[in-house]
Design a protein. Structure first.
Length: 259
């Protein structure tokens, strides 16, 4: 294992284990079929990828997919199915990243109902290695649909945590601390609206947090802008694709934010 890969595994594995359990997020907005487009840019405004989001609803089961096609030919493709029966519950999640943009490609599947987690990797000779294992997964696992949870939060919500299965070393459970950061105006179709801003913070504890800061491997917080109301929507996401590298801003097509 390369040194950089080993450090990432250590940091994700030794996360805070004593944080409070998350409270289930109640369903306030029933999801509907949807088809939208996103634009991903670096902080300097350079476009690096175009994204397509689709959502299909069958009874109380929702399947969503977000695919980014990069200008360099790379692909980030994530498909998620969850149920919305009073609260939200993950059914399955499949996330794939490949191409020159990603220094460490991933192909990671979570079957929440059975607890089966599968990783597919390709070695330097091009041989595919498949590893599957059973894990005891928490009910609040939110792989792939954290944005949906944010759409359903009440106003003035207090900070809360959700579980996330990181795609390293065959899958490592971590916690994300989510808090509201106020509001910010944005422009769309000739009108100015306000989005609620949320901060998503991966929690590292003790000596691991110190080592992460010293080595520059502390994952950066992810910021998400959400439009509230009768038809809530995720308007912008700013974070590191794959949990490392430069910050990338992904905006809903047709909107702009004040500097």
């Amino acid at each position: 294992m390369r040194r950089s890969d080993f450090l990432v595994v250590v940091l994700w594995t030794m996360t805070v284990g004593t944080a409070a359990l998350a409270e289930p997020i109640s369903v306030r907005h029933i999801q509907r079929p949807m088809h939208r487009f996103m634009v991903a840019r670096f902080e300097d405004g350079k476009t690096i990828a175009k994204g397509e989001f689709s959502q299909v609803v069958q009874s109380d089961e929702v399947t969503m997919r977000l695919t980014y096609h990069f200008v360099d030919g790379s692909i980030d493709d994530e498909a998620t199915t969850y149920t919305e029966q009073g609260t939200f519950r993950l059914v399955r999640n499949h996330h794939m990243q490949k191409g020159p943009f990603f220094t460490k490609p991933i192909n990671f599947t979570v079957e929440a109902a059975t607890g089966i987690v599968t990783s597919r990797t390709i070695n330097k000779n091009g041989k595919i290695h498949v590893e599957s294992k059973h894990m005891d997964l928490p009910d609040d696992l939110a792989n792939g649909f954290v944005g949906t949870l944010l759409l359903n939060l009440p106003h003035n919500t207090t900070p809360f945590r959700v579980g996330m299965l990181a795609p390293v070393a065959g899958g490592r459970l971590i916690q994300l601390l989510i808090s509201s950061e106020g509001e910010q105006p944005f422009h769309t179709t000739g009108q100015t609206l306000k989005a609620t801003v949320f901060r998503i913070h991966p929690e590292l504890g003790g000596i691991v947090a110190v080592i992460a800061r010293l080595l520059g491997l502390q994952p950066k917080d992810v910021m998400v802008w959400v439009l509230k109301g009768q038809e809530p929507a995720v308007m912008r996401i700013v974070g590191q694709l794959g949990g490392y590298g430069l910050l990338v801003s992904s905006d809903l097509e047709g909107i702009s934010f004040e500097k």
